[in-house]
Each structure stands twice: as C-alpha cells, then as structure tokens.
Design a protein around this ligand. Sequence first.
Ligand SMILES: [Zn+2]
Length: 108
Amino acid sequence: MNEIQVKYRDWELFSDRETTEQTYSEFENSGAESCGCDYCKNYIAQRETVFPDDIKELFKKLGIDYMKEIEISEFAKLENGLHYYNGWFHFKGDKGLYNSITKWWLHV
Ligand SMILES: [Zn+2]
C-alpha cells in the first residue's frame, strides 16, 4: 500500500489513491445504475451537480470517482419536493478507521 494522508475538517483519512482509482476504473456501473429504479434515476440525473466543490476535491484526493457511488438510498420526499438520500463511497487503505465515506446526505 502506498497511502496518502488526507485531512478534511476534523477527519484524517488514509487512502491508497492509485489503487482506489484503479478499482473505480474497473467497474462500469455505479450502484444507482445497477439498480435502475426511479429514485436512482433521479439521483443519476442530479449527480454531477449535487456535490459541493470541497467534497469533489476530497473525493479526488482519495481516488474516488463520484460518478460511481457504491450504493444510495432514498429516505423520503421532502415538503419542498426534493428527495432525501444517503449513500456510500469506498476507498482503499489499511491505516485509518475511515475507509468508506458513509452517510452523506443529499437533497436532490
Ligand atoms: Zn434504486
């Protein structure tokens, strides 16, 4: 493993970015694309614009392809018409406790 340390707010994350990037490049479909239900189609339609720039930068540092989430779940339709989601991305490393980013929340 050739890990790098990535700091984000009060987190210290350790990722083997090269191996993580290679792993993401080896699978074609994200969790949402593999599912294909209406909630996942809604997420896919909004995916490129829902993440703030600092999160996209974090994903890039870790080697995560944000277009290939592992899984998402839709929890509720909000009063404003948006949907409440959470989801998972994984990255490879063996040093830190956080080798997956879980429970990010989006309204799309
Ligand atoms: Zn689905």
